[in-house]
Design a protein around this ligand. Structure first.
Ligand SMILES: *[C@@H]1O[C@H](CO)[C@@H](O)[C@H](O)[C@H]1NC(C)=O
Ligand SMILES: *[C@@H]1O[C@H](CO)[C@@H](O)[C@H](O)[C@H]1NC(C)=O
Length: 427
C-alpha cells in the first residue's frame, strides 16, 4: 500500500510545507475558461465520476468577487425518478492539493458524496480556485506571468522574480472569496441553510470564516474531518522539516505562481528534504500523514488518475508559517511595513477560534494516528470550543485513524460518515 501511494505521498509531503519551485514557470494542465457562459456544460467531475454510477449530476459555475470562476457539482437526487423537493443541502469542501473528487474516491454507497445523496441530501461539491475544473477567471489566466511586476515589494524580493497574478492568493482568499461565493450560490439555489463538511484545509477555511462571524446566516451545521486549525504541534517529520528548514531560504528564490505538485521543482525539493537528518522517506505515507489504518487499496488508481491538484506557492508559504509559528493568522508578509500596508498593523491579524458562536452545531472527528491534524493541536481547537453548548458539539475520536482514512478508508462509512449523517439529521 505504501509503495503504491509513494508518488502521491511525495507530492503530499509538500502540501503543508513551504515548497519552492525554482524560478521557473510550469506548463499548465487542465482546463482554463474565461467566461461564465459555459455554466451548465456537462464535463468533468459529473461525467467522469458521478453519472457513471447512475446518479444525477449537474455542473455549475460560480464567480467569486475577485473574479475566479469555480466549478461546483450538484447531485440533487440519487436516482433520476426521485423528486428533488426540499432536500437539505450539504456542501463538501476538500483540502489542499485535492479537488472535489476527494468525496468520490470511495465506491458508490461508501463515498461521502454519493452516500449523502442516498440518504436524501442535496449534495454540492466545491472545487477550490486553481484546481483542474476551477481554473477560470474573468480577466486572468493561470499561465499569465510578468517579471518585475512593480517596484513595490510584495512578498520580500520574491515577486520581483516571477509573478503570476492569477496565483496571488493564500487560504485567506479562500475564506474571503471562495467560501462565501460558493455558500451564497447554494443558498440562493436551494433557499435553505446548508450543512457543511470539510476535510483538512477545508475545515480551516470554514473555522476561520465562522470565527469572524461570517456566513452564519447560511450555515446550519458543520462537520470537520481531520480538522486543521492549529498546526504548531504537527508531528509529521516530513512536513515539519520542510516547513522549518525551507521556508526562510526558499523565500528568496520563490515567486508568486502556480505550485504544481507533479512538477519537476517540487520533486527536486522533495529529494532535498529526504536527505535531511531525521526524515525517513522509506515509508513516506506513514511519515507524512501518520499511519492510516484502513486505506482502501482499490481506489489508489482512481486517486492517481485525478490527484493531486495545483495550488499557489503563496498558500504553501502561508501553511508553512502556521506550522513554524504555531499561530492561526492571516498571511504574514514577513516585513512590518508590508504588513502595515496590507493590514494596518505590523503583524498579521489572528483568526480567533474562541469566537465561533457557541450555538453552531459542530461535528468534529479526529484520528489518533493523524500526523498532520495532530491530537495535541486538535485539543487546542477543542479547548477554544470549551464554552460551546453541550448539545451542539459532537466530538468523535478514532484512535486508529490518520489523515487519509477520512476520505479513503474502507470503513469510513461505518466509522465516520454514518455518525455524521445521524448528526446532520438532528440539526
Ligand atoms: C497580491 O495580493 C495582495 C493581497 O490581496 C494585494 O494586496 C497585492 O496588491 C497583490 N499584488 C499584486 C502585485 O497585484
Ligand atoms: C481570542 O478571544 C478571546 C476572547 O474573545 C481572548 O481572550 C483571546 O485572548 C483571543 N485570542 C487571541 C489569540 O487573540
Amino acid at each position: 500500500m505504501a509503495n503504491a501511494l509513494t508518488p502521491i505521498i511525495l507530492v503530499f509531503l509538500i502540501s503543508v510545507s513551504a515548497a519552492g519551485t525554482r524560478t521557473k514557470l510550469y506548463p499548465v494542465h487542465g482546463q482554463h475558461r474565461t467566461s461564465e457562459s459555459e455554466s451548465y456544460e456537462d464535463d468533468g467531475i459529473c461525467s467522469s465520476m458521478v453519472e457513471k454510477q447512475g446518479y444525477v449530476c449537474e455542473e455549475r459555475k460560480v464567480t467569486t468577487r475577485d473574479g475566479y470562476i469555480l466549478s461546483i457539482q450538484r447531485i440533487p437526487v440519487a436516482r433520476p425518478e426521485e423528486k428533488a423537493r426540499n432536500k437539505p443541502p450539504v456542501l463538501l469542501q476538500h483540502g489542499v492539493l485535492m479537488d472535489g473528487i476527494t468525496w468520490l474516491l470511495l465506491p458508490p454507497h461508501q463515498s461521502l458524496a454519493l452516500l449523502l445523496a442516498d440518504n436524501g441530501f442535496d449534495v454540492w461539491i466545491a472545487n477550490t480556485r486553481g484546481t483542474k475544473y476551477s481554473r477560470g477567471h474573468v480577466s486572468l489566466a493561470p499561465t499569465d506571468a510578468v517579471k518585475f511586476p512593480s517596484l513595490r515589494i510584495d512578498i520580500s524580493l520574491v515577486s520581483l522574480l516571477v509573478f503570476q497574478a492569477y496565483w496571488n492568493w493564500s487560504w485567506d482568499e479562500l475564506v474571503a472569496y471562495d467560501l462565501p461565493a460558493t455558500l451564497q450560490y447554494v443558498h440562493d439555489q436551494t433557499g435553505q441553510k446548508l450543512h457543511y463538511v470539510g476535510h483538512s484545509l477545508g475545515t480551516l477555511v470554514a473555522l476561520a470564516a465562522l470565527s469572524k462571524d461570517q456566513l452564519l446566516n447560511m450555515v446550519r451545521s458543520a462537520a470537520l474531518l481531520s480538522p486543521i486549525a492549529h498546526v504548531g504541534q504537527l508531528t509529521s517529520p516530513l512536513a515539519r522539516n520542510a516547513a522549518e528548514n525551507f521556508i526562510a531560504e526558499t523565500l528568496y528564490w520563490l515567486g508568486i505562481h502556480e505550485f504544481v505538485p507533479r512538477g519537476e521543482a517540487v520533486m527536486n525539493l522533495l529529494k532535498d528534504i529526504c536527505k535531511k537528518p531525521g526524515v525517513d522517506c522509506t515509508n513516506l505515507l506513514t511519515s507524512f500523514t501518520g499511519e492510516n489504518c484502513c486505506l482502501s487499496s482499490s481506489i489508489v488508481d482512481v486517486f492517481l488518475d485525478h490527484e493531486p491538484q495545483s495550488t499557489s506557492t503563496k498558500n504553501m508559504i502561508h501553511l508553512a508559517q502556521m506550522i513554524r509559528d504555531g499561530t492561526i493568522t492571516m498571511y504574514n508578509y514577513g516585513d512590518e511595513n508590508e504588513n502595515i500596508r496590507h493590514y494596518g498593523k505590523p503583524y498579521p491579524p489572528a483568526y480567533n477560534m474562541t469566537t465561533i458562536p457557541n450555538d453552531l452545531p459542530l461535528f468534529v472527528s479526529y484520528g489518533g494516528q493523524d500526523a498532520l491534524s495532530d491530537t495535541k493541536d486538535v485539543h487546542l481547537l477543542l479547548d477554544s470550543l470549551k464554552d460551546h453548548d453541550g448539545d451542539k458539539l459532537v466530538v468523535q475520536y478514532r484512535d486508529d485513524y490518520a489523515h487519509a482514512d477520512y476520505v479513503m478508508g474502507e470503513n469510513a462509512k461505518q466509522a465516520v460518515y454514518d455518525p455524521l449523517i445521524a448528526f446532520f439529521r438532528l440539526q
